[in-house]
Design a binder for this molecule. Structure first.
Ligand SMILES: Nc1ncnc2c1ncn2[C@@H]1O[C@H](COP(=O)(O)OP(=O)(O)O)[C@@H](O)[C@H]1O
Ligand SMILES: Nc1ccn([C@H]2C[C@H](O)[C@@H](COP(=O)(O)OP(=O)(O)O)O2)c(=O)n1
Length: 236
């Protein structure tokens, strides 16, 4: 009887063998959705590091931290009681025990998040927590963001840069937000945010040893298959 893709993947990537898959890329390339599906197929944990930056931003706005004050952001980041699930089947983010899973996806957070992402002290604290989470996972995890291949997990067994040209990235984000955003607002949320975030981290070009997967002309399933093919090749 023919095996499903999931069964094939289980046979290829056995339990107990360390497998850290690091995935970076610009906004709207499919990092979160593709990484989560890849983690499900590999029976691995899944870490959405962007959700951590978003949760700290939510916390700063909730507690009145001035987003122009780098020291205040850093302080908030060090103190925040932030919990993020690494179960790809049940993505939950909470701050101080409050479920913020939905709230951190609001356009207001997307607009403000670069202030946190470009505060180096805040990055240092989140990177420390992300490294800890990766270690706690028993090193069987798919982690995605902007600096996973280069800073959080440069020693990962597999490192991938997921790219796509501007048009599909804007279209995907527009569809994801239910067609509620103007073309200008989408450009602000995707392209302008990438430009701001690029000031502190390079997620537009693949570092040495990082495989590039271009999803511009691939649908979701094809992108997951392309990522799994890279993982297979890299771990053979
Ligand atoms: N290859 C693809 N083709 C079409 N849509 C995709 C593809 N990859 C992801 N998507 C969809 O695009 C949207 C943005 O994907 P997401 O994973 O949030 O991107 P990112 O994390 O890189 O910002 C989601 O609705 C997702 O389902
Ligand atoms: N490892 C990471 C992950 C995200 N960030 C920043 C960059 C983004 O503006 C925000 C939110 O990231 P997220 O992956 O949720 O962004 P998308 O809207 O999915 O493109 O956090 C980062 O600087 N480093």
């Amino acid at each position: 009887m023919a095996m499903t893709v999931a069964e094939t993947d289980m046979r290829t990537f056995r339990w107990g063998k360390p497998l850290v898959v690091a995935i970076d890329g610009p906004s709207g390339t499919g990092k979160s959705s593709v990484s989560r599906e890849t983690a499900l197929r590999l029976h691995a944990a899944y870490l959405d590091t962007g959700a951590m930056y978003r949760a700290v931003t939510w916390h700063c706005l909730d507690t009145g931290v001035d987003l122009a004050d780098a020291a205040a952001i850093e302080n908030a980041c060090e103190e925040v009681d932030l919990a993020i699930s690494t179960n790809p089947d049940d993505q939950k983010v909470s701050v101080g025990g409050r479920d913020v899973t939905e709230a951190i996806r609001e356009p207001g957070i997307s607009k403000a998040v670069s202030a946190v992402a470009t505060t180096l002290g805040a990055r240092a604290e989140l990177i420390r927590r992300q490294k800890q989470t990766t270690a706690d996972s028993g090193r069987r995890i798919v982690a995605e963001g902007r600096d996973i291949t280069t800073v959080v997990a440069p020693g990962a067994e597999v490192r991938i840069l997921l790219t796509a040209s501007e048009e599909p990235r804007l279209r995907r984000r527009g569809l994801q937000l239910g067609g509620t955003q103007s073309a200008e607002a989408l450009k602000e949320q995707v392209l302008a945010r990438d430009a701001k975030d690029s000031a502190v981290v390079n997620f537009q070009e693949a570092a040495d040893g990082v495989f590039t997967v271009d999803s511009s002309h691939l649908d979701f399933e094809e992108t997951v298959d392309a990522v799994l093919a890279v993982i297979r090749r890299a771990t053979r």
